[in-house]
Design a protein around this ligand. Structure first.
Ligand code: KG4
Ligand code: ZN
Length: 342
């Protein structure tokens, strides 16, 4: 191993995924994710159950991450952890664990903003031909809790140009999936069924918010009322038309996102465009973005699927930039449910 190589252990526990990863510089050596099936039955994440599952998962997940990376505890240069935003009880598990481990190993502790980490996932070297963004670039960060267009001038300099005024894009996918009787989280299922549906079959309204902000609550309400009306005439309407409904909803969400992204690119003159967050795993969004990039002459950066949804690999990448700046935290670090992008 090169002496200058920086080995980091990253921990992510902000929502319902317990994840640990090991990185060498910006290369991810392992990225273990334990999902929590328990929330499916409730149609959403139950915070107390999430905290308990993190508590049960964290040691096996970290052990597995080190094993898969072939790294021993005494080779770790720093322990990185998500400080927020997220569910406070869930964050508490990861932060407490990371603090203890950094103290026990006498290595620095690095706190990471989860939303910054989603953006910086684009810098992971995941394959020999991995392409990383040039600064400044725009990032459309779309997750279960956030929808943001971010101007990224440096790893520690991000400015939100536009964001959702109500529901996040992922939340829109999940809430609409719920009215379609699909299990939580519904986003990936809507994506899957859309592949077999006709996206032009049903027309749903796109929000008309000025500037670069978004709104998705109107779409959710429109779908709800549309279904109520159809179900009054045909009780099997959803089953009979599921794929077309999914495709039409997905198309509307993607169009809304890309319209604002195009506007942001026009306003800033920036042609380096990245996407991040759980919804960036959506196959329709990835395909439409590639087409738009070709038309607009953009350089696009799309993380591999494993780095889109919540994972600790992205925590390692964000922490790597902080490590280079000696930007370390102290043991009085406390998690923060609401943490703004700086
Ligand atoms: O980034 P993430 O894993 O967690 C948060 O930080 O919120 O994002 C989770 C969100 C969920 O709303 C989930 O339904 C959505 O990402 N999602 C998708 C897809 N995969 C995950 N939405 C649409 N299509 C997908 N393929
Ligand atoms: Zn996330």
């Amino acid at each position: 191993m090169n002496k200058k190589d920086i080995i980091l252990l990253g921990i992510e526990s902000s929502c319902d995924e317990t994840s640990a990863a090991v990185s060498k510089n910006t290369r991810i050596l392992s990225n273990i994710i334990a999902g929590q099936k328990i929330h499916e039955a409730y149609g959403g994440v139950v915070p107390e159950l999430a905290s308990r599952a993190h508590q049960a998962n964290i040691i096996p997940v970290v052990t597995q991450a080190l094993k898969e990376a072939g790294i021993k505890k005494n080779e770790i240069d720093a322990v990185a952890v998500t400080r927020g935003p997220g569910l406070i009880g869930s964050l508490m598990v990861g932060v407490s664990f990371a603090k203890s481990l950094s103290a026990a190993l006498s290595v620095p502790l690095i706190e990471v903003n989860h939303m910054q980490a989603h953006v910086l996932a684009n810098f992971a070297i995941h394959s020999d031909d991995a392409k990383t963004p040039e600064f400044p670039f725009l990032c459309l960060t779309v997750s279960g809790g956030h929808t943001q267009i971010v101007l990224v001038s440096a790893p520690d300099n991000m400015q939100i140009l536009g964001q959702t005024l109500d529901d996040a894009a992922g939340e829109a996918f999940d809430k609409i999936a719920k009215v379609l009787n699909l299990p939580y989280p519904g986003g990936p299922l809507i994506d899957k069924y859309s592949g077999q549906g006709n996206a032009h079959r049903f027309q749903f309204p796109e929000s008309n918010i000025p500037g670069l902000d978004f709104s998705f609550s109107g779409l959710k309400t429109a779908v709800l009322y549309f279904l109520k009306k159809q179900l009054a005439q045909d009780a099997d309407f959803i089953q009979e038309n599921l794929y077309d409904i999914c495709a039409s909803v997905q198309k509307t969400i993607i169009q809304t996102l890309l319209k604002k992204l195009r506007k942001a690119a026009e306003q800033t003159g920036i042609r380096h465009i990245a996407i991040a967050g759980g919804v960036s795993a959506n196959s329709g969004l990835r395909n439409e973005l590639k087409k738009l990039a070709e038309l607009s002459g953009w350089n696009v950066y799309i993380p591999p699927l494993s780095l889109c949804t919540d994972n600790a690999g992205m925590i390692c990448i964000a922490a790597y930039f902080k490590y280079l700046q000696n930007d370390f935290s102290t043991l009085d670090l406390a998690p923060q449910a609401r943490l703004i992008l700086q």
